[in-house]
Design a protein around this ligand. Structure first.
Ligand code: CP
Length: 308
């Protein structure tokens, strides 16, 4: 079999994605069955940009499978500061590890690495572009809680321009029948045109609105909140003007559908008030746990490890 990487959620067909999510669900039910599958295997985490969840959940995932981890958590603590390229870095990581997860502020950097890699490379987030493992996490969360990935009306709210999790989730869910989107953002933070054109090309129903209110939330199965991505703004004044544009609080939740779940890739800043955390519809911390199972399933899939 040819070496496989994960750069975009579309690298897996719908059937492959479903198989991976089935595996993740089995891992959730039977964790002990998988606890030594990766004995002797090593995961490298190459993080050129800050992360809490993605890096640590990858590390937890590999350790839960019996494997080991090595890596760096910032470009500053690597030889990138001396000018080493990602192409050279991945060549040496191939000598140390069996699989690698990479986050990089530059769009396409993990793809560049994958072209020179002798081991599977996983995109752990590249600039404002894609975040496919967050998408696997989001899909597992939605499928586990709502019981399906088709026939869903999904609201995505906040920074839809720079929010890479939004771009990846839209592209992946657009392949399921009956899915529609409500894109809720300030004018300046609308989805990039390639995402909008992608939906149009597939005849996916979507609308773009500015207000997050009772009318906007009517009929939503999922409300996916995102933070304004401070690190991608060119000037502080624009960020300050946008950062509290949306705040989902108890009052707004009181007019939201009873069966609408609230997701957020996290980290949260102000866009979800902490008074929403105890609402049974608030599922963003459960989402974090699903992320470990999804990444365990991904590691097994890319390493082609079968478990009877
Ligand atoms: N969801 C997510 O990517 O979080 P981190 O930036 O903490 O990895």
């Amino acid at each position: 079999m040819a070496l496989r990487h994960l750069m975009s959620p579309l690298d897996f067909s719908v059937e492959e994605t479903e198989k991976l999510l089935d595996l993740a669900a089995d891992i959730e039910k039977n964790p002990e069955k998988y606890s030594h599958v990766c004995d002797g295997k090593i995961l490298a985490t190459l993080f050129y940009e800050p992360s809490t969840r993605t890096r640590l959940s990858f590390e937890a995932a590999m350790m839960n499978l019996g494997g080991k981890v090595l890596g760096f958590h910032s470009a500053d603590s690597s030889s990138a500061t001396k000018g080493e390229s990602v192409s050279d870095t991945i060549r040496l990581i191939t000598c140390y590890a069996d699989i690698c997860a990479m986050r990089h502020p530059k769009e396409g950097a993990p793809l560049v690495a994958s072209l020179k890699s002798g081991i599977p490379v996983i995109n752990g987030g590249d600039g404002g572009h894609q975040h496919p493992t967050q998408t696997l996490t989001d899909m597992m969360t939605i499928r586990s809680i709502k019981g399906r990935l088709d026939n869903l009306k999904i609201g995505l709210c906040g920074d839809l321009k720079f929010g890479r999790t939004v771009h990846s989730l839209i592209s992946s869910l657009s392949r399921y029948p009956g899915v529609s989107f409500v894109l809720i953002s300030p004018e300046e933070l609308r989805v990039p045109s390639y995402v909008r054109e992608g939906m149009r090309a597939k005849n996916i129903p979507f609308e773009e609105v500015v207000k997050l209110d009772e009318t906007t939330m009517a009929g939503l199965d999922v409300l996916y909140m995102t933070r304004v991505q401070k690190e991608r703004f060119f000037n502080e004044a624009d960020y300050v003007r946008m950062k509290d544009f949306y705040i989902l609080d108890k009052e707004k939740m009181s007019v939201a559908p009873e069966d609408m779940i609230v997701l957020h890739p996290l980290p949260r800043v102000n866009e979800i008030s902490v008074d929403v955390d105890d609402d049974p519809r608030a599922c963003y911390f459960r989402q974090v746990q699903y992320g470990v199972y999804a990444r365990m399933a991904l590691i097994l899939t890319l390493l082609e490890m079968e478990v009877e």
